[in-house]
Write a protein that binds this ligand. Sequence first.
Ligand code: CUA
Length: 321
Amino acid sequence: RSIVMATVLAVFLMVGCRGTGNDFQSAFHPASVEAREMAGLGWMMVAVYGSVFFGTMGLVVLALVNRRSNGEAPGGSDRFVLVAGMVVPTVILVGMLVVSLRVSAAMRAPETAFRIEVTGNFWWWEVRYPDHGIVTANEIRIPVGVPVRLELKSRDVIHSFWVPNLHGKMDMLPDQMNQFWLRADREGVYRGTCAEFCGGQHARMGIDVVALSEDGFEQWVQERTRTREPGDARGKELFFSTGCAACHAVGGTQAVSNLGPDLTHMADRLNLAASTLPNTRENLKRWIVDPQSIKPLSLMPPTEIGPEELEALLDYLQTLK
Ligand code: CUA
């Protein structure tokens, strides 16, 4: 009975797993052509293999009942053993193979896809749009209905890119590029996670994929690539004097390091620290002053800064749109 209780509890706990986005983070709530194919295959496997399991259990119960009623084990016919033991599994496995191959073939996307490079780092994601000249982090914006090619790699250890509503998992390797295609079919925010244990903050290596209308995406690209206004001058000075620029880049300034996430448009992002905290001024303040209390082992060091200067720095960061 305790196993049944544990299973029921686990199901309830899993039902409670929701991401920070507006969509249920689940491979069974597909929002792309590819995820829909995979979810279909998943449900089919549940149905077919579930029937096999319950059919087999039914036969076991039947055998036990028969044995009890006449006191001896029933003799089985050779033909039944042949059909149930060889023909049925062969038909089922070949059938499932054909369906899986068809799903794999459906994963082949059109040539027109544009590229997005995603690089795994100790516990954040670098995101580059080489065709658009955009660099960002921890958030991917894509247009609905347009095929996108994701090129995945890693700067340190093996990570794994997984946004269940949009696609299956794909490893990110240090010395080899892996890629897949996806085409979101409705707007929304889809949360992803690193799906390969990669060290101390593997659990807080989240990413948000925002699927926008085609016009919305075009507008986003335009805003990213326009000439930027100079932000708060004092805060900008502090960005350099307190050491932020040693690791972070801001487009249009002298800050070009790519050790940490690119901050060119950080004020527009939904979340901070790889989808760990909602992007609010208060959270940004906590993150700058004491990142280790939020994400221990993170490569972000604490910033020694007076309260007044901190406000000026925050003013500057909040102009980065
Ligand atoms: Cu990156 Cu786990």
